[in-house]
Structures are given as structure tokens and as C-alpha cells.
Design a protein around this ligand. Structure first.
Ligand SMILES: [Zn+2]
Length: 192
């Protein structure tokens, strides 16, 4: 029993640690970029920022706190300040997908690229659609121009669906490439 566990950890543990080692930095890059775009947007439009909380907003979340209270925000520039981060990160996700061959043949770089793609393609569309039903957040900027929130959530949901399909296809590619690499190695055995 113990030896089975040791064997499992030896085989799988290193791989999971490796994945964790690339997934966490990818998630943090995504988060930092998202908040940075909020911050830059506020500066560009001359809106005051009272705090830049990186991972310190509770539950490991981040937030740029603007001087103007939510209910007093009026004007189309608030849409840019609120939504540009999600647009920028998602476009970068498409960029990662389009350039996925850059990751090359090595499994670590391929998985690192894939994990970055996971966060950049899916996180903000998920946040702006399903998660916003529970927590609100950036979608609420629609009120600054007197619009309801649901059209934004609907568009984000469509983007999320599309991106899930894209990511699933990509994941399959990476898995098939891994199987292909293992089969090419002499003495390789299907280690999972
Ligand atoms: Zn945001």
C-alpha cells in the first residue's frame, strides 16, 4: 500500500508540482495585468485611484479602488475603465492560442503555454458572465451609461462558450502531442 503511494507520488507528484509551478505564475500574471489595465484606464481618464490591492482584497482577489463611488459614476469612459481589462486579457488569450506552436515540443513549455491560455481565455469571460451573477463587479459599470447588466453578461457568456471550445481543442492537441512524444521515446511505457 505504502509502496503504491510512493510510486504514485514519484510518477505523478513531480508532474503536478511542475504544473502548479507554471499555473500559479500564469494566474498571477493574468490578475496583475487585469488590475493594471483598470489602473491605467483610470489614470488616462483622470479618475482618482485610492488603492491598488494585488491579491489582498480577500480570498486572494485583487481590486483597484477608485475615488468615485460606484453609484456616482456617470459616462462612457467608465465602460472602458471597467471592461478594457477583460478585453485585453481575453485578446491575449487568443494571441496565446494563435501562437501556441511557439511553445515548441517540450512538454513543460507546452503545458505552461496551455495553462496561461486557460487563465487568459476563460477567467475574465467567466467572471463577466456566470460569476458576475453572484458577485457583480466590472459588469456593473453598465449603469454608468444607464444600460442594464444582462446584455454584457450574455455577450460574455457567448465568448466563454466559444473559448471553452477553443481551449478544449487545444488541450486535446497537447495531450495527443504528449502521447506522440512518449511513443517515440525508446523504452517508453504508458505512465499516464
Ligand atoms: Zn476587473
Amino acid at each position: 500500500m505504502i509502496s503504491l503511494l510512493v510510486e504514485f507520488l514519484r510518477k505523478r507528484g513531480r508532474r503536478y508540482l511542475l504544473y502548479l509551478g507554471v499555473a500559479v505564475p500564469a494566474a498571477m500574471c493574468h490578475n496583475l495585468l487585469h488590475e493594471a489595465v483598470h489602473y491605467i484606464g483610470a489614470i488616462v481618464f483622470g479618475e482618482g485611484v485610492t488603492a491598488f490591492r494585488f491579491l489582498t482584497n480577500g480570498w486572494g482577489t485583487s481590486q483597484v479602488v477608485f475615488s468615485m463611488p460606484v453609484e456616482q459614476r456617470v459616462g462612457g469612459h467608465w465602460l472602458v475603465v471597467a471592461w478594457a481589462p477583460s478585453i485585453v486579457t481575453t485578446l491575449l488569450g487568443y494571441g496565446l492560442y494563435a501562437a501556441r506552436s511557439v511553445a515548441g515540443r517540450h512538454p513543460v513549455s507546452r503545458y505552461a503555454w496551455l495553462y496561461a491560455g486557460f487563465f487568459f481565455l476563460l477567467l475574465d469571460p467567466f467572471y463577466m458572465s456566470l460569476l458576475s451573477l453572484a458577485v457583480g463587479g466590472d459588469v456593473e459599470a453598465a449603469a454608468a451609461v444607464g444600460l442594464p447588466v444582462w446584455p454584457v453578461q450574455a455577450v460574455a457568456a457567448a465568448v466563454l462558450l466559444f473559448n471553452v471550445r477553443l481551449f478544449t481543442r487545444w488541450q486535446k492537441e497537447v495531450q495527443e502531442a504528449r502521447v506522440g512524444t512518449e511513443e517515440m521515446q525508446p523504452g517508453a511505457h504508458g505512465g499516464g
